[in-house]
Design a binder for this molecule. Structure first.
Ligand SMILES: Cc1cc2nc3c(=O)[nH]c(=O)nc-3n(C[C@H](O)[C@H](O)[C@H](O)COP(=O)(O)OP(=O)(O)OC[C@H]3O[C@@H](n4cnc5c(N)ncnc54)[C@H](O)[C@@H]3O)c2cc1C
Length: 401
């Protein structure tokens, strides 16, 4: 049965990805009414953001989401870094030595994270006052957005034609090509990284054990391996950076991927690709929106920042934005205390920090100059010093942000 799109609400959420759903769950937990729309008719079958950090798992715990995720995901207690140029392991980060309730990176396809948030949203909505509901209205595409002193008016295109929704506030959680960002004329400055990424879901023999992530740095590009619980079982995600993608990357053969890995891998690293299930290609750009707040309209997640998959931070940053925005909107709507500026004041620097960190990681991991690469490999082992190792691991875990 098609539920009719409401004409008014407290918060209109444009985009039902991980960010929009984290925002919705946070509002539902505070009894605030909202409407979530998404341009897609169905949720995506999408591995996308696959690594959840300890910080994100801590954040989602009070919402009742973390237990569902840890029940499905694959726990990696260590990340090992190898130099393909120098043929050796240079350092390991030990997440299993961190003092947190979740001392690991949790590998879980984005689709499962979104489902866990949606399921929890349903439970929260059922337990709160009327107006808080769990439906994601699909397919409804945002066309226009205007604001005045008391609220925002959105025009959306859905199965029943054009409709308007009036809300006190609106959130653009509509991804990297955000319509909300465009309609509010917010700049998205930054630059394209010189390399792009191939994301490959494969079967292989050798490679990392299930409880480790392996990464190669090399002057040709970086490679990361991680086991993900996916259908079919036994899939490993390989993210690989390169100057130019092969012509027919969507039908990459195992031997073609193997060749790309071998030229970046340390000699003697044992891995054999036996089947490539899927390959996608993505440019990597490093950008932060000029503003996260435009009056009654807010940007969050990929709509507000963009960076490459190296370091696996994007989905984490998005859900953290969603939770922070939900907390600020919940406070103003429930108590009248205007804390809305705190959202941009806290989350934009956090976004800037992660985008800068990712840019540096990309440059260091793929350094094309052999002397600078040699310097990197010589310096990396310094991070074995326990205090420094702990510090770097905490940054990657998001625990010092
Ligand atoms: C192939 C791929 C691999 C990735 N790998 C990683 C990784 O390894 N690690 C990592 O952390 N991140 C990765 N990411 C990024 C990660 O998926 C994003 O950071 C995450 O999806 C951000 O979520 P979001 O909710 O902000 O945006 P999105 O997931 O993009 O969701 C936006 C939603 O808005 C909807 N929408 C868009 N426009 C409109 C409109 N006009 N009206 C209504 N709805 C609209 C879309 O349909 C979509 O459902 C990857 C992304 C891709 C595409």
């Amino acid at each position: 049965m098609l539920t009719e799109l409401p004409t008014s609400t407290d918060v209109l959420i444009v985009g039902a990805g991980a960010t929009g759903l984290a925002l919705a769950a946070t509002l539902a937990a505070r009894g605030v009414s909202f409407v979530v729309i998404d341009a897609l008719a169905e949720p995506r079958r999408f591995a996308g953001g696959i690594a959840l950090t300890p910080q994100t798992l801590e954040l989602l715990e009070p919402l009742g989401v973390t237990e569902r995720l840890t029940g499905i995901g694959n726990r990696a207690g260590a990340a090992r870094f190898f130099s393909g140029d120098r043929n050796r392991e240079v350092v390991a980060l030990r997440f299993d030595k961190l003092s947190t309730r979740f001392p690991y990176l949790l590998f879980i396809p984005q689709q499962y994270t979104e489902k866990a948030l949606t399921d929890r949203l349903g439970e929260l909505a059922a337990g709160t006052r009327s107006g808080v509901e769990s439906t994601v209205y699909r397919p409804y595409k945002l066309l226009s957005l205007a604001q005045d002193d008391t609220g925002v008016t959105a025009t959306v295109l859905g199965p029943d034609g054009e409709r308007t929704v009036r809300a006190k506030y609106a959130a653009g959680t509509d991804g990297v090509h955000s319509t909300v960002r465009e309609l509010t004329h917010v700049g998205f400055p930054g630059e394209l990284f010189r390399q792009s990424y191939l994301q490959n879901d494969v079967f292989l023999t050798g490679g990392p054990p299930r409880d480790e992530v392996h990464m190669f740095c090399s002057r040709l590009g970086a490679v990361t391996f991680a086991h993900i619980p996916w259908d079919p079982a036994g899939v490993v995600r390989i993210a690989l950076s390169l100057d130019r993608p092969p012509a027919a990357f969507s039908t990459l053969k195992p031997h073609q991927l193997q060749a790309l890995i071998d030229e970046r891998a340390p000699d003697g690293y044992q891995v054999k690709i036996t089947e490539v299930l899927e390959t996608t290609h993505h440019p990597a750009s490093h950008r932060v929106a000029e503003r996260y707040r435009i009056g009654r309209i807010f940007l969050a997640g990929d709509a507000a920042h963009s960076h490459s998959p190296i370091g696996g931070q994007a989905i984490n940053l998005g859900m953290q934005d969603g939770a922070a925005l939900g907390t600020a909107l919940g406070t103003v709507l429930n108590t009248g205390e205007d804390v809305l500026d705190s959202y941009e004041n806290e989350r934009r620097p956090a976004g800037r920090e992660v985008v800068d960190l990712t840019r540096q990681m990309n440059q260091i991991a793929t350094e094309p100059n052999r002397w600078k690469g040699a310097l990197r490999d010589a310096l990396f082992p310094v991070a074995r010093i326990p205090a420094l190792n702990q510090r770097v691991t905490r940054v990657m875990a998001g625990l010092d942000r």
